[in-house]
Each structure stands twice: as C-alpha cells, then as structure tokens.
Design a protein around this ligand. Structure first.
Ligand code: HEM
Length: 510
C-alpha cells in the first residue's frame, strides 16, 4: 500500500506516454528478459512497437522512460540542472566514489571546470606519444599471434593495450599490462569493469544487499581493495615526489617522465581556492582509469571486428594509409597531423560507433518535474537515453543495418540524432583523447596486417552487418539462421565480453 500510494502521481502522469501494459507490483519486470541479449532485444522490440520514439516501462515501482526522440535528447543533454545520474551508476561508487562521471550539482560543475584544461591540445599531443609507443608494442605482440591461421581473442589483447595507455596518461606510471597480464592489479582492472557491466544487467546482483550473498562477493571485495591500494599509493608517491622536487631527476624511475599526467594537472589545480583532497584525487583518477580504457577497448574492438567482416572498406582504409603515410612511411608512427588527414578512417570510426557505440545507454534521474517537448515528466523518473537505438533509426540513417562509412560524408545527422559521446555540458570530456587513441591503433593495425575473421564465411557478402539488433522479427529470424558461434556480437551482447570473445586472424602486410 505504501509503494502503491507513493507511485500514484507518477503513474497518472506517465500514463500519457506510450509503453507496455504493466502488472501490479512487478510493473514490466517480468517482460525484461534475463540475459543482456534478451534485455537489449526487449528494448528494441518496444522501440519498434512504439514507432521508434520514447516509451515508458516500470521495474517494480521504479518508473523509466527510454528516451530516443531527438527533442528529448536535446532538452536533457543541454540542461544544466538535469544532470543527476540514474541509479545504475551507483554500481561504480564503491570503486570510483563521486568523480566527474557520477557527481552532480555544484561539485560536478566545479570539477568539470577544473578538469577541462587537462585535455588541452598540447597535453593531448604528449599523450599521443604514449599512444604511439604502446601501439607499436601492441603491433609487435600481434605479430607474434599472426602465425599461420592462428585464431585469437582480439578484445582480450586490446584490453591490456588501453590499460597501459590510460595508466601512463592518467597517473604517469607504466604498469606494462601487455607484458604483466597476470599481475594482480592488471587483473583487478579487468575484473572490476566486467563486474560493473555484468551487475548492470542483473536485477538481483544490482542490489547491494543481495550482492553480498553472491558467491563472487569476497573476490569482488579483494579486487576493490587491490585497486584502491594501488591508486592511493601512486597518488601518495606522486605527491611526495612533487614536494621533494625530484620528479624529473630520478632516471629510469616511474616518475621520471616529463609529460604532464592527468594526476599532475589535478595536483596543480584548486577547487574553491584549495588543493584537492586525497579522496577527490582518488575519485577523479579512478574515474579516468574506468572511463578511459574500457570504452576505448570496445571502440578499437568493434572497429577491428568490422574491418574483418568488410574487406572492401578495409582495403579503402589501407589505400588511405598509403596515401597519407607514403609507401615508405607505413612502418612509422603517424603524427597528430597525419591522423587528422585520414578522412576515411574518421568516417569508419563514426560508422562503427553508430552501430556499436561503446556506451550504449546513459541515464539521468529527475529530481523535480520537468516539462519536456510539451509533456510533463514527473520527479523521480529514470531517463534512459538509448544512444544505441539512435544509430538504428531508419528515419535518420537510411538502410541502418548496412555498414557504409560514406554515409557520414553524404548526410550529416542532426546534433542530437547521433551522440556516441553524449552532447552538451555533460558530454564526454575524453572524446578527443578517445578518438585519437582509437585512430592511432586502428591505423597501425591496417598498415601492418590484413584483418580476417576466424572463419572465411563470416565475411559479409552483401555489405550488411550480421547483428540482428533492431531488425523486425521476420527479418531477424532469416538472419538468425546465419548466426555463427564465432560471432561475438551475435552470440552475446553489445557490452559484455562473450563466451567466445572476438576471434580474428591476422595476415602480415609489413
Ligand atoms: C570510445 C570511447 C568513449 C566513448 C564512446 C565515451 C562516451 C561517453 C559518454 C556517452 C559519456 C556521457 C556519460 C553520461 O552522461 O553518463 C561520457 C562521459 C565521460 N567520459 Fe567518455 N567516452 C569514451 C572515452 C573516454 C575517455 C578515453 C575518457 C578519459 C580519458 C573519458 C572520460 C569521460 C568522463 C570523465 C566522463 C564524465 C563527464 C562528465 O560527466 O562531466 N571517456 N563518455
């Protein structure tokens, strides 16, 4: 009775929205599905049913609106007040606390202003050196895997690369994850990101109290402690080194790099006229560690996945590399400027983020009533912004299941019709960093290897992707017949590493 009475006003207001019929107490929870794939299919099913617009659904007494209309996107993403995150972000709190991603109100405003200069053009150029160094190492490692018809899990390998890049740029230390992959810290980073995503899709494990009963809970606590100790120790050492003025003098030491790590920017910054507290430093550095490597892993992974399925587009990319780098420059590092000249690569990454955005959904929570596009959205509503769905809207992207990078040249989507990095004041602060890293790695891969799927028959024959997300049921059934166990995106979800991984083969070009 308490919950029913408490949600009466919301129910009355939300009835104006289209959405599936709900049952008492459970709402629509019984229809959601259990696995990430089932959940995504359910969302796409409703989205098609409600004419590719917004729809509301209830999980028990929690009201949700799936937002995909550009007008709503614009209102929400441009708002300076509707910036509180939905409860799914609470899953990151034990690790990240309240850093830039999860904080709200004046803390977020002040920290955003303070952190913005950390992505200044000059700093990004220094970071590009780190990206180049690490991707060269990565290429050498891939070379050792590119023997004969060897099949390996590409996503898994990429994870270590992006971890090395973010550790060096965020904290100024090298953990050499590519070589020390079994170290406790490296595994801890890997485990915690998997854990957060897995819990987001699991209604029971999402609950903190119930999660304590899960068999993996003790391991989760150990992982958390490993990460907290590691990050706090780096911060302490960095502060000590700064205080004693020995930063640049220790030869061969992990603190000897001259470039400015993100942590250094934080240590030289102030909020309300005071330096950041240890807790604030910890929260922001950890946020960057999380946001800065998992997203780029899937960014590189999905781009390379598409390379393997679409040989014509791969060839076009290779030709562009020859043009920009010159035949004799194919083995060298691309400069910042050369990367910006790679126009087809830019289109290719845009198209891969349309189909497989690294961040498929983002969430907000209304702390008061909002009037959006003539509709009253009541206080206490969770707004799930379906960035993933935007890419499959055939009113914006003609023939959306077709992989065609050129589409971004021919017709630009509106400012709120394609937003893989979000938009407005709370957009991705690391967008330029991310694109630079993804392009640096992909450009090197294309120059050095021909990327092939695990099995030849997985190559797309008609330019269409094999993912069935968003297709009407009849077409979906037709394509389902071609699903192959090696295809990671079909066999699992967009966001969770599948049981099969992203299996590829490489043939050396250089
Ligand atoms: C392909 C790569 C990436 C994608 C697609 C991506 C996407 C996004 C999206 C959609 C948001 C909005 C989240 C929300 O509103 O809840 C976001 C926020 C954020 N991103 Fe990224 N991101 C990427 C890489 C990075 C990198 C490399 C960094 C750091 C080096 C980074 C740091 C952040 C931070 C700190 C926020 C929170 C910003 C704020 O709330 O003010 N991201 N990102």
């Amino acid at each position: 009775a308490y919950f029913e009475l408490g949600s009466m006003r919301q129910k009355r207001m939300l009835n104006q929205f289209r959405g599936p019929r709900m049952l008492p107490v459970v709402g629509n929870a019984h229809q959601m599905g259990k696995t990430p794939t089932e959940i995504l299919n359910r969302f796409f099913g409703w989205w098609n049913e409600y004419d590719k617009g917004n729809f509301r659904y209830w999980i028990g007494y929690y009201s949700n609106i799936m937002v995909t209309s550009p007008k709503y996107m614009e209102f929400i993403l441009s708002s300076q007040t509707l910036i509180s995150k939905s409860d799914v972000y609470d899953l990151t709190h034990p690790w990240l606390g309240l850093g830039l991603l999860t904080s709200t109100g004046s803390k977020w405003h002040k920290h955003r202003k303070m952190i913005t200069p950390a992505f200044h053009f000059n700093i990004l150029q220094d970071f590009h050196e780190v990206m180049n160094e690490n991707s060269s190492k990565f290429i050498e490692h891939l070379r050792s895997l590119a023997t004969g018809d060897n099949i390996f899990d590409f996503q898994d390998e990429t994870h270590y690369l992006t971890l090395d890049v973010i550790c060096d740029t965020a904290m100024g230390v090298s953990i050499n994850a590519m070589e020390n992959r079994s170290s406790a810290v490296v595994q801890a980073f890997k485990d915690i990101t998997y854990n957060i995503k897995m819990r987001a899709f699991s209604p029971w494990k999402r609950n903190n109290l119930l999660y304590r009963l899960a068999p993996e809970y003790p391991k989760y606590c150990r992982t958390l402690k490993t990460l907290q100790d590691f990050t706090n120790e780096i911060i302490e050492k960095r502060i000590e080194a700064r205080n004693s003025g020995v930063e640049s003098k220790i030869q061969g030491d992990e603190f000897s790099r001259k470039k400015m790590a993100f942590l250094d920017t934080l240590l030289s910054s102030t909020v309300d006229g005071r330096p950041l507290t240890s807790q604030e430093l910890y929260e922001e550095v950890s946020t960057f560690m999380f946001e800065g490597h998992d997203t780029t892993t899937s960014g590189v992974g999905f781009a390379v996945y598409l390379l393997s399925r679409h040989p014509e587009e791969q060839q076009k990319l290779f030709e562009e590399q020859c043009e920009v780098m010159g035949d004799s420059g194919l083995g060298s590092d691309a400069t910042f400027q050369e990367i910006s000249q790679m126009k087809y690569l830019d289109l290719f990454i845009k198209e891969s983020q349309r189909l497989y955005p690294s961040v498929p959904f983002i969430g907000r929570f209304t702390e008061k009533d909002y009037m959006i596009d003539g509709e009253l959205v009541p206080k206490g509503t969770t707004l799930n912004l379906g960035l993933l769905m935007l890419g499959y809207n055939d009113r914006v992207f003609k023939d959306p299941h077709r992989f065609r990078p050129e589409r971004f040249e021919e017709q630009k989507p509106g400012p709120f019709e394609y937003v893989p990095f979000s938009a407005g004041p709370r957009n991705c602060i690391g967008q330029k960093f991310a694109l630079l890293e993804i392009k640096t790695v992909v450009s090197k891969i294309v120059r050095n290897f021909q990327v092939l799927p695990a099995l030849d028959e997985l190559v797309s024959k008609d330019g269409y992707i094999s993912t069935t997300l968003g297709l009407p049921p009849a077409e979906k059934a037709k394509r389902d017949a071609h699903i192959h166990k090696y295809d990671p995106i079909l066999s699992a979800s967009m966001t969770l590493k599948s049981e099969n991984g992203l299996h590829l083969r490489l043939k050396q070009r250089l």
